[in-house]
Ligand binder design. Structure first.
Ligand code: RRO
Length: 295
């Protein structure tokens, strides 16, 4: 397998310690778990998505583990502005704060709380099961552009995390770029559902949820490939990554860095494992492989 040169890398206005980033929603609700992921070898970390009001989330069951993925409908649980205190212990660290709102003003308000503590913002316009938030914004290019512009005015790097649940992801990527985004993150979970034959009802309390894990990796590869071909700003890959080979494949599709989420379940040492395989003393320059599948 190819190996890469190690060392810090600048992506979307943030200096990452390596190409691997903790994805939003996994181990990201408290400062101590974010700090632990950095100690375990993550190049940067993204928090759980924070919104304008505290939320306890959807009624359970909220998460079901499937054969090759995870189905969730957590329902954007978050402590809202109280999350600020969690970041006190992470000053100067590469922490990206994921934020959501129902309109540009709410995005601006939430961003204003973290201007001094975030290395960047990741805008969640892609949660597939949130009424008034997430993909309900992220399927409307005009709203995506306006929400991105509302956060860009803080002069902090802005990453926009996109939903795969659209006909043409490049239209939404270009809208985020036009709003001033510094990077695109592809993808959030895929809208999905399972039904229990025993109870003859949906397995999730919310009925619908988002599918993550290995099952969605090919969708992530396709979305990254399309965005890399259509947009000028860096693309960060996300979705079903669990090995160094997956990281390289997403980079070949066009990803400048890669987020990892579901695969950390039960394997908190995964960042160290992947960096051990991904980097080598005779490694090649990442520039040689980012987007090489397009040549
Ligand atoms: O909290 C959630 O239910 C959730 C979010 Br914010 C998201 O962006 N993606 C997802 O699958 N679940």
């Amino acid at each position: 397998m190819i190996q890469l040169q190690s060392g810090p890398v600048e992506v979307g206005g943030v200096t990452l310690r390596n190409h691997l980033i903790l994805a939003a929603g996994v181990l990201g609700t408290c400062g101590s778990s974010l700090a632990r992921m950095l100690r375990e070898g993550a190049g940067a970390v993204v928090s759980k998505s924070i919104g304008p009001e505290p939320r306890s989330g959807h009624a359970g069951p909220c998460l079901v583990v499937l054969e090759d993925g995870v189905l969730n409908a957590m329902g954007l649980p978050n402590p809202s502005s109280d999350f600020r205190g969690e970041l006190d212990q992470l000053k100067g660290e590469p922490v990206i704060v994921s934020i959501f709102g129902g309109n540009p003003d709410e995005f601006g308000t939430v961003a204003s709380w973290f201007v001094d503590s975030a290395a960047a913002f990741e805008l969640n316009v892609s949660c597939p099961h949130a009424s008034g938030y997430g993909a309900q914004i992220g399927t409307n290019p005009d709203l995506v552009e306006a929400c991105t512009a509302a956060v860009s005015r803080f002069h902090k790097p802005v990453w926009v995390k996109l939903t795969p649940n659209v006909t043409d992801i490049t239209t939404v990527g270009i809208a985020a770029q036009d709003g001033g985004a510094n990077a695109l993150v592809a993808i959030n979970t895929v809208k999905a559902m399972r039904i229990s034959p025993e109870i003859r009802k949906p397995v999730l309390g919310n009925r619908f949820g988002g599918l993550s894990g290995k099952a969605i990796f090919p969708i992530a590869v396709r979305c990254v490939y399309e965005l890399y071909g259509a947009c000028e700003i860096p693309v960060i890959g996300c979705g079903g990554v669990s090995s160094a080979a997956d990281v390289l494949e997403l980079m070949m599709a066009g990803a400048s860095a890669v987020e990892i989420g579901s695969a950390l379940r039960g394997n908190p040492g995964l960042f160290r494992e992947i960096t051990g395989n991904l980097y080598g003393t005779d490694g090649i320059s990442p520039a040689e492989i980012v987007g090489c599948a397009h040549d």
